[in-house]
Design a protein around this ligand. Structure first.
Ligand SMILES: Cc1cc2nc3c(=O)[nH]c(=O)nc-3n(C[C@H](O)[C@H](O)[C@H](O)COP(=O)(O)O)c2cc1C
Length: 353
């Protein structure tokens, strides 16, 4: 088995030794100021046998912070912290890119430093609540509508974050285009009521994401930039009148950029064939995600659905997932209770097989 999973692969400038990708996972282990620490360096280094690690969604600016103890890639302390992580992964022979995640309207003033506001494409508060260390569960803030200069600033912040990621030793960056965060808030008609060139038609709603990708590419090269999408995703109160058509437009236009890859999550509940849609509309390599095991991943690659497969939950309790898949060893189960808690428990104490 596994004739495909263990073949090498080039995704733009990224040379993977196998096609098993570690998907991004927010684990809230950073310092309170968003600086990555030794715990995180150890966590990622132990998973460096993945062909590629996509490190957890990290904010390009504190305005875009969603979660407590979520890392950023804005300050010199954060860049230095990430440098320890990338050095540790590289010394184990791994490759690592950073996912850039501006949360937009998702977030609370109880999480960000005093005076930092929450902004989004339109004045539409997300339904639902968010955990804050200081005040427990809180509603999401009501966002201030981004003016034209806020949009320009946010695009520029993605460029700066890509530069910072390069300075921190990352091999590339991935834009988080799913789960109801800023990029998706612009993309979806239910969260974007704008009447300027960033609202209305699918092409206009895709513009913010495309401009972020272009600015990231101008900083570090398009062949080191990826995009993550999840057509049909409704997480964080995200709704769209035609998610498949919206994503088709985004994919057609992003095909022009020469990106390293498109990371496609299929939403199990959505009535959309996300992988087929991506094959039809995106020219470039695909990383497939959601719900794969070794057998189904091998089958998807041999059927030509994509070039690589990413695994998230399987990596939590199986730092040596690559070896376990190769040798057919059983997979350990993770403990949900310690997914987002501070400290090493449930993070760095899962043993190798
Ligand atoms: C604890 C946890 C944190 C996650 N954080 C992120 C994230 O920061 N960015 C992202 O794009 N997806 C995130 N996801 C989604 C995963 O990357 C992945 O798409 C999902 O778990 C399905 O893949 P799997 O079936 O292999 O687990 C997260 C998932 C989990 C379980």
């Amino acid at each position: 088995m596994a004739a495909h999973l263990f073949k090498s692969l080039a995704l733009g400038a990224l040379e993977l030794t196998n096609r098993i990708v570690m998907a991004p996972m927010t684990r809230n282990r950073a310092e309170p100021d968003g600086s990555p620490n030794e715990l995180m360096a150890r966590h990622y280094a132990r998973r460096a046998t993945a062909g590629l690690i996509v490190a957890e969604g990290s904010w390009p600016t504190v305005t875009g912070q969603a979660y407590c103890r979520q890392p950023g890639i804005e300050t010199s302390a954060q860049i230095a912290g990430w440098r320890r992580v990338t050095d540790a992964v590289h010394s184990e022979g791994g490759l690592i890119v950073l996912q850039l995640m501006h949360a937009g309207r998702i977030g609370s003033r109880h999480i960000k430093p005093i005076g930092v506001e929450t902004i989004g494409p339109s004045v539409l508060q997300a339904r639902g609540q968010i955990w804050t260390d200081s005040a427990g569960m809180q509603p999401h803030d009501v966002p201030r509508e981004m003016r034209a200069d806020d949009v320009r600033t946010a695009v520029q912040q993605h460029r700066q974050a890509a530069c910072n990621a390069r300075d921190a030793g990352f091999d590339g960056v991935e834009l988080h285009g799913t789960s109801g965060y800023l990029s998706m808030q612009f993309l979806y008609s239910g969260t974007n009521r704008r009447t300027d060139r960033y609202g209305g038609s699918a092409a206009n709603r895709a513009r913010f994401t495309l401009e972020c990708l272009e600015s990231m590419a101008s900083a570090i090269g398009a062949d080191r930039v990826g995009l993550r999408i999840n057509p049909g995703n409704t997480y964080n109160d995200a709704t769209d009148e035609g998610s498949a058509a919206t994503h088709a437009e985004l994919m057609r236009q992003s095909s022009q950029l020469g990106l390293a890859y498109l990371h496609v999550m299929r939403a199990p509940t959505a009535d959309i064939d996300a992988f087929g849609l991506a094959r039809r509309h995106f020219r470039g390599p695909l990383i497939l995600n959601d719900g794969f095991d070794g057998f189904s991943a091998e089958a998807a690659l041999s059927a030509g659905q994509g070039e690589a497969v990413s695994f998230a939950r399987s990596f939590i309790a199986n730092p040596d997932l690559v070896r376990r898949l190769r040798d057919g060893l059983p997979l350990a189960k993770f403990d949900r209770r310690s997914l987002y808690t501070p400290g090493p428990a449930g993070y760095n104490d899962y043993p190798d097989a």
